[in-house]
Design a protein around this ligand. Structure first.
Ligand code: NAD
Length: 272
């Protein structure tokens, strides 16, 4: 049984639902938020204790895992603190804002012999299991090209939260904050990027960071990928298309968990 403290009562609410779905493995003991009313509304009468100070759970020997659902600028310092306190860490995206900081966290996790788990939920779900099975069976072959769409809708209400849309608070714009899941999935399926070129622009909302982008990737395998990103779409739609030697895989369009929807796998040579 892993005893958990969740930090942050925004997306932390959905993490709590996730732990509750696995009651034999996880026991959520505490929810920490500066906004006590928000945290209390999330825990209800479940008996989960509400704290306002992160230190209260970092120093608690009855907590094994710290789940960081705080604004992006707190991910690095709080994850480091938690690892140094001997806790395992789950941390929301974006884990950190640079490779150097990712290396720091990895080194801290290894030094503490604790597990560090970034949240990349696109990797999970039935359609991803199907794609992995097709790859493992050797039916995909070489990847030629892919297209990724992160076409979501964000307006003034979303940016009313002070950390959002700022370099200091959010550490990046739509490329880091929203398209991160598509780019993670691209690398999981197609391997590392050799080089890329991009245009970014702030066109939808009056914010510091970018909210539109067009990126072209050349993968180390030679495959070519385009990623189109905007927070000015009419709906929240994510779409992914991988074109392999053996088949084309087309995702569903759910923004937060595209691998839960039905994908289409179309063979180039139906006999194979
Ligand atoms: N994986 C996903 O699809 C997904 C979806 C939504 C959000 N997120 C990520 O989750 C993180 C949180 O986003 P959110 O939308 O829940 O933000 P939010 O602002 O709604 O919630 C963050 C909470 O943290 C609390 N907080 C801030 N500083 C604190 C501190 N020092 N001590 C205690 N509590 C503190 C705030 O009071 C707030 O309630 C972000 O990094 C975001 O990118 C990921």
């Amino acid at each position: 049984m892993i005893r958990v403290a969740i930090l942050g009562a925004g997306i932390g609410r959905e993490h709590l639902d996730g732990y509750r779905a696995l009651p034999a493995r996880y026991d959520v003991r505490a929810l920490v938020d500066l906004d006590a009313a928000r945290a209390k509304a999330v825990v209800g009468d479940s008996g989960i204790r509400v704290e306002s100070a992160i230190e209260a759970v970092l120093g608690d020997p009855e907590i094994d895992l710290i789940d960081v659902c705080l604004p992006p600028h707190l991910h690095l310092p709080v994850s480091l603190q938690a690892l140094e306190a001997g806790k395992h860490v789950v941390c929301e995206k974006p884990l950190v804002a640079s490779l150097a900081d990712a290396d720091r966290l990895l080194a801290a996790a290894r030094a503490a012999d604790r597990r560090l788990t970034p949240v990349f939920q696109y990797r999970y779900g039935p359609a991803m299991a199907q794609l992995r099975a097709l790859i493992a069976a050797g039916l995909t072959g070489r990847a030629y090209a892919a297209s990724l769409e992160t076409h979501w809708m964000r307006g003034p209400a979303y940016y009313a939260v002070p950390w959002r849309g700022t370099w200091v608070g959010e550490n990046g714009g739509a490329v880091l904050g929203h398209a991160i899941h598509n780019h993670d999935l691209m690398m999981m399926v197609m391997g590392p990027v050799r080089r890329l070129t991009a245009f970014t622009a702030t066109r939808v909302n009056p914010i510091q960071t970018e909210d539109c982008a067009a990126i072209s990737f050349e993968m180390e395998s030679g495959a070519l990928v385009t990623s189109s990103i905007t927070l000015g779409a009419a709906t929240d739609t994510t779409r992914i298309r991988f074109c392999f030697e053996g088949l084309t895989a087309e995702s569903g369009s759910s923004p937060y968990a595209p691998a839960t929807g039905a994908w289409r796998f179309l063979a180039r040579e139906p006999y194979d």
